[in-house]
Every structure is written in structure tokens, then in C-alpha cells.
Design a binder for this molecule. Structure first.
Ligand code: NAX
Length: 326
């Protein structure tokens, strides 16, 4: 039998975790033969709520669950973690400026990056879900100088999956037939879902849809504002779909995509004019526990424009937290 893998999850009392933890314990993350130890981090006032969630996890009697740790100390939560899913973040409260939100989160991810640096497995795969996800991942990465930068990623997968579902519906094809979608940039409404290369059973989806107005006036805003539409309809932000995307992101990173493209926020290597280190959504393939950027994608004028908008936003965020990283 395999020995258990330690999976750390932050924000364990929150909405996303309420879906995510059960799926991880069920084997959806690392496979049905891989025992898991969950290491759950919350802020002190939420620890009691976590104990309630863990009572429910216990009551599922998951065969793969080999242990659960509950803590408010990042150095306990991240100890020997092979996977760290950073969901907990400071939400925007009434009247809070964007700059205040950035710095409140920068403080959290600085501490967590330093703790990962100190106690996590040297191979730890980090996924940041908590917003602003790309910049939070950047801060954690910068705060963990002894860990490989490429181990820090941000979640663009929900945007990727949202785009797949919209494209499948528009083209009238099964979602599973779609390949080669790219979502570029920041996990924010500025992100650029790009189906110029997408195929369905090998045929061009762009040619099949053949409607550039739909792309610009319906598809891009629908994917970009999907989170807001869900809040409007449900009264709460996306949770089960976000948890599902987190599972997809980490599972594909660990177990591979068999040549298929997925979108991940990863530290830039300078491609497409994105300054090195900025955590930027790009298409990747995964194999052997590593991701590889899909190279050689040509940008047309419209795509260049879209890339610039989302990059400018990320540069602004990076500059906004620079002082805190000193
Ligand atoms: P909730 O507010 O339900 O839960 C967040 C939890 O994090 C709370 O229980 C809180 O106590 C905890 N927390 C806060 N600071 C912490 C810290 N320093 N250490 C540990 N735990 C801490 O939010 P939820 O709906 O679960 O969403 C979590 C985050 O995901 C939010 O930042 C949200 O904006 C972000 N999202 C990101 C998405 C993405 O695609 N990247 C999509 C979904 C979601 O909106």
C-alpha cells in the first residue's frame, strides 16, 4: 500500500473547503489508491467550525483518509506537506479599498509563504485559490526563496472550465471533445479565454462557431463575469465549482494531462512580454509531476490587446505589494 500524502488546505471552515475537503478525502485529488492526511489551517476564531466539518468528514468513513490535523499555526499545517491548497483569504469588506485588500492578503500570504519555505516538503506543489489569487501566489513564492519558484501556481482552472462549458454549448458539441483552450492572465474579469486554437474532435471550434461578435460581446464577458453572475443568482460566491477546479488543477499537475492543454497561473518565463516571475495564466501540459508551457502560440492584434489589459492589472498588483515584500 502507498504511504499517506499530506495535503494542507487553508480556509478550512469556508465555503469552498466545505466541498473541497470531502472530495480530497474521497480520492478525487490523487487517486483511489492514495491515502491522504489532511492538514487544515484556519484563523483562531474559526477553529471550532473546522472541528464541526471534521466531524462530518469522520462520519463519511473515507477509506483513504489516514489522519486529520486542525491548526491555526501555518508551520503545523504545512509540515511535510506535498500539496498545499491555499483557499483562505481576506474577503473584501464594505468600504475596503482595493489597496487595503491587497495588503491584507499580502500579509497573510507572506506568512504562509515563509512557513512553506520552512517546513513543507521541498517538492510541495502550491495552488493559490484565495483572491487576488495570482498576486497572492506571487507573494507566497517571493516569501519562500528556498523552494523552487515553479512550485507556486494560481488557479485559472475555474475560468478554463467555465470557458469550455460556454464553448461546448455554443458549438453544440460535448465538452469532453474540446482540446487546446487557453486562458491567459489574471484570475479576474480581465482574463482572456482564447479559443483560437481550440478543436472539437480535431476540427476548429472557431471555424465552427464562426462568430467574432459572439466571441467579443458574449463569450468574453460571460466567462469574465461568471463569478458575479453566480453571486447574483445564488446569493453566495462559487464554491463547489471552485473546489472542482482546484481538484482538476492539482490532479492534472500530479497525474498528468496526457498531452491535453489546461490553464494554470504560473511564474512567467518572459514569454509574450510578461515580466519574469509574474504569476500569469497560460496553457500548459502536465507530465511526470511537472507542467510545461505550450510554446509558439502566435498573438493577433486583438489577443495582444487583451493580454496587455490583464498584464497591466497584474503589474499594478505587483507594484502595490512591492513595499510589503521588502
Ligand atoms: P469563505 O469566506 O467562505 O472562506 C474563507 C475562509 O478562509 C474563512 O473561513 C476564513 O476564516 C479563512 N481564512 C481567512 N484568513 C485565513 C488565514 N490567514 N489562514 C487560514 N484561513 C484563513 O470563502 P470561500 O468562498 O471559501 O472562498 C475562498 C477564497 O477563494 C476567496 O478569496 C475567494 O475570493 C476565492 N475564490 C477564488 C476563485 C478562483 O478561481 N481563483 C474562485 C472562487 C472564489 O471566489
Amino acid at each position: 500500500a502507498k504511504s499517506p500524502i499530506r495535503v494542507a488546505v487553508t480556509g478550512a471552515a469556508g465555503q469552498i473547503a466545505y466541498s473541497l475537503l470531502f472530495r480530497i478525502a474521497n480520492g478525487d485529488l490523487l487517486g483511489k489508491d492514495q491515502p491522504i492526511i489532511l492538514q487544515l489551517l484556519e484563523i483562531t476564531p474559526a477553529l471550532q467550525a473546522v472541528t464541526g466539518v471534521v466531524m462530518e468528514i469522520d462520519d463519511c468513513a473515507f477509506p483513504l483518509l489516514a489522519g486529520v490535523v486542525i491548526t491555526d499555526d501555518p508551520e503545523v499545517a504545512f509540515k511535510d506537506a506535498e500539496i498545499a491548497i491555499l483557499v483562505g483569504a481576506r474577503p473584501r469588506s464594505k468600504g475596503m479599498e482595493r489597496a487595503d485588500l491587497l495588503s491584507a492578503n499580502a500579509a497573510i500570504f507572506k506568512v504562509q509563504g515563509a512557513a512553506l519555505n520552512k517546513v513543507a516538503s521541498r517538492d510541495v506543489k502550491v495552488l493559490v485559490v484565495g483572491n487576488p489569487a495570482n498576486t497572492n501566489a506571487y507573494i507566497a513564492m517571493k516569501s519562500a526563496p528556498d523552494l523552487p519558484a515553479e512550485n507556486f501556481t494560481a488557479m485559472l482552472r475555474l475560468d478554463h472550465n467555465r470557458a469550455l462549458s460556454q464553448l461546448a454549448a455554443k458549438a453544440g458539441v460535448p465538452v469532453a471533445s474540446l482540446e487546446k483552450l487557453a486562458v491567459w492572465g489574471n484570475h479576474s474579469p480581465t482574463m482572456y479565454p482564447d479559443y483560437r486554437a481550440t478543436t472539437t474532435d480535431g476540427a476548429s471550434v472557431k471555424a465552427k462557431i464562426n462568430d467574432e461578435t459572439w466571441n467579443r460581446e458574449t463569450f468574453l464577458p460571460t466567462v469574465g463575469k461568471r463569478g458575479a453572475a453566480i453571486i447574483e443568482a445564488r446569493g453566495l460566491s462559487s464554491a463547489a465549482s471552485a473546489a472542482n477546479a482546484a481538484i482538476d488543477h492539482v490532479r492534472d499537475w500530479v497525474l498528468g494531462t496526457d498531452g491535453g492543454w489546461v490553464s494554470m497561473g504560473v511564474p512567467s518565463d518572459g514569454d509574450h512580454g510578461v515580466p519574469e516571475g509574474i504569476i500569469f495564466g497560460v496553457p500548459v501540459t502536465c507530465a511526470g509531476g511537472k507542467y510545461t508551457r505550450v510554446k509558439g502560440i502566435e498573438m493577433d492584434d486583438f489577443s495582444k490587446e487583451r493580454l496587455k489589459i490583464t498584464l497591466d492589472e497584474l503589474i499594478g498588483e505587483r507594484d502595490g505589494v512591492a513595499e510589503l515584500l521588502k
